[in-house]
Design a protein around this ligand. Structure first.
Ligand code: R5P
Length: 325
């Protein structure tokens, strides 16, 4: 039987949707555990079915799913998996959604808009989830959308570890690509001992995914600029920012982002001559055809495994970040 037996009565159960099986497998290996074999299928009309091949009764269950494209399908699959756990008498159910779906729809910017990030939290709750675990939420206040514990993890230690030896604080500037990321970029700037610059980005509310840069606040001339963002979707935010930084005298541009959504045309435009390197984590799968030589993908499984371990053992998730945010 899969799962860890502890000295008490607790039993850890890890189950995974079909979106990013490699990540779930790595998490299980990190934990010295195994994924519970699951029969998940899609019927001819698009309906999804999931059944666990083993008992999950009384377990502390973690349902891992990466919300990549087709995002609605993977969200529905995770909801169905939660429902199956609930009806099979799992004692506690934690949603592990490394990239929180619909996080960018976290408020009404204009009249008659939905707050889809809240709807997603309600759906998880209605399905039977007791807790949520996610990484670098687009807005931290999304934690409050779910009426229960939310473990908000940060990829910063993983990304920082990569950059630590590679960047010289004396010639570095940390850059926030828009106003929404200033707080996070400020923490990066503190950690790296480098000054902060901020880009004033504009979006056309009527045209999705279009971006223009208005001005840069802060000193970037003669500096290597580290652009930090939570996610890269079409890549336009980052590419426009890199162009503007280079036009303002930046020596080089490197990018650190947690979630590689990489919708078209991201892969093409991120290979821009203005960008020296893009560093992301594998919260979302990045297929071979979306990789290029100046892309680095860092494994996020150790961070998730440690957080799952802390939750399971009633330890401290906060202690993992040592004041990172
Ligand atoms: C914006 O608020 C986010 O932090 C990202 O910068 C943005 O969503 C990325 O989208 P894209 O890559 O399509 O410009």
């Amino acid at each position: 039987m899969s799962g860890i037996e502890t000295t008490g009565s607790k039993r850890l159960v890890l189950v995974s949707g079909r979106a990013h099986p490699a990540l779930a497998q790595e998490i299980a290996e990190e934990l010295g555990s195994e994924l519970v074999p699951t029969d998940a299928r899609t019927f001819a009309n698009g309906e999804i079915y999931a059944r666990y091949d083993e008992s999950v009764r009384g377990s502390d269950a973690f349902v891992i799913q990466s919300h990549t494209s087709p995002i609605n399908e993977w969200l529905m699959e995770q909801l169905i998996m939660i429902d199956a756990l609930k009806r099979a008498s799992a004692k506690r159910i934690t949603v592990v959604a490394p990239f929180y779906p619909y996080a960018r729809q976290d408020k009404k910017g204009r009249g008659r808009e939905p707050i889809s990030a809240r709807l997603v939290a309600d759906l998880f709750k209605a399905a039977g989830a007791n807790r949520i675990m996610s990484i670098d939420l687009h807005a931290a206040q999304i934690q409050g959308f779910f009426d229960g514990p939310v473990d908000h993890l940060f990829a910063m230690p993983v990304l920082l570890e990569y950059f630590k030896e590679k960047l010289d604080p004396a010639t570095l500037a940390v850059v926030s690509p828009d106003m929404g990321r200033v707080r996070v970029a400020d923490i990066w700037s503190d950690k790296l001992g480098a000054p902060l610059a901020i880009i004033h980005k504009r979006r056309d509310p009527l045209v999705p995914n279009q971006v223009s840069v208005h001005e840069i606040v802060g000193e970037v001339e003669g500096r290597v600029c580290l652009l930090v963002d939570d996610l890269i979707d079409t890549g336009r935010t980052i590419v426009r920012a890199a162009e503007a930084l280079k036009a303002n005298g930046a020596l080089g541009v490197v990018v650190a982002a947690t979630h590689a959504v990489f919708s078209a045309p991201a892969t093409e435009i991120l290979q821009s001559e203005f960008i020296d390197r893009v560093v992301v984590t594998d919260t979302l799968p990045v297929p071979e055809e979306k990789r290029w030589d100046r892309l680095t993908i860092l494994p996020i499984a150790p961070l998730l495994a440690r957080a799952i371990h802390e939750v399971f053992e009633d330890g401290s998730v906060t202690s993992m970040f040592d004041g990172a945010a």
